[in-house]
Design a protein around this ligand. Structure first.
Ligand code: IPD
Ligand code: CA
Length: 257
């Protein structure tokens, strides 16, 4: 395990302890947009993470603070609470999501920590994916009609429209089951550990999915956009699944992107 990964895991656990203590307390909730919320705890958590990571000297991009460049070509990508709606309502499905990105598109590591269940997923480029130290692998189901996918959309109207088109296509044309859970980072980890066959999203932000993406990839998933092109960080259409289902899903999604 690299020193950067050790720092990342220590940081999410430290911040997770604070979040766990505030989980059942009354939160101050502010609205950033339609169905887009932030609480006093999100802000406090991001401040704590910045402090934990400062000595690494890397740049920083967090959901609440935006970009803080400092000349380094490595950037910590942080969502202090992914699944804020769930957190507000004490639904134990949210996580701290922390990834390290080199240049624009090279994900070096990712950590996703659910402070309530204390499940900590992590992955480093080329070294596999782990849940609390045990290796995890994606599911190898080849039958699209029996597949269960997770799917998310961002806050824009366009992403919600495309999400609906895609969902109706997959459910009606392919008899698939499609589920939304409100915390992209953890949903990608559920695919990584083989609980679901795949994940689709449109309109999510880099801090929502960066850590989960490398965890799913290291667990064996294929990552591309809805047309089958290689992922890059300017494209928010994401498909994560096994090689066997990938082409069958793209047949349905390529006209929608
Ligand atoms: C949200 C979650 C959700 C996604 C939303 C995000 P937040 O993150 O990742 O799964 O669909 O677009 O905003 O706001 O709870 O950190
Ligand atoms: Ca968030």
């Amino acid at each position: 395990m690299s020193h950067d990964l050790e720092i990342a895991i220590d940081s999410v656990k430290k911040v997770g302890k604070m979040i766990r203590e505030k989980y059942r307390e009354e939160k101050i909730v502010m609205k950033k947009g339609k169905q887009d919320f932030v609480t006093n705890v999100d802000i406090q958590a991001e401040t704590m993470i910045v402090d934990c990571l400062r000595d690494t000297g890397y740049s920083f991009f967090g959901e609440e603070r935006g970009k803080m460049k400092n000349g380094s070509n490595k950037t910590w990508i942080v969502d202090p609470i992914d699944g804020t709606y769930n957190f507000i309502h004490a639904i134990p499905f949210f996580a701290i999501s922390l990834a390290l990105l080199e240049e624009e598109n090279d994900l070096l590591l990712g950590v996703v920590y659910n402070p309530i269940t204390e499940e900590c997923y992590w992955a480093e480029k080329g070294s596999g994916a782990y849940l609390n130290g045990e290796p995890v692998y994606i599911r190898e189901n080849k039958n699209i009609h029996e597949s269960i996918f997770l799917m998310e959309h961002g806050s824009s109207e366009e992403s919600r429209r495309k999400y609906l088109r895609c969902m109706s296509q997959l459910i009606l044309q392919k008899d698939m089951t499609v589920v939304r859970q409100g915390a992209t980072a953890l949903m990608l980890c559920l695919v990584a550990r083989g609980a679901f066959d795949g994940f689709l999203s449109c309109g999510d932000e880099l801090y929502d999915y960066a850590a989960g993406l490398i965890i799913a990839k290291e667990a064996g998933a294929s990552i591309c956009d809805w047309k089958g092109s290689k992922w890059n960080n300017t494209n928010s259409y994401i498909l994560v699944t096994n090689d066997a289902l990938r082409e069958q899903i793209i047949e349905e999604t390529k006209q929608i992107q």
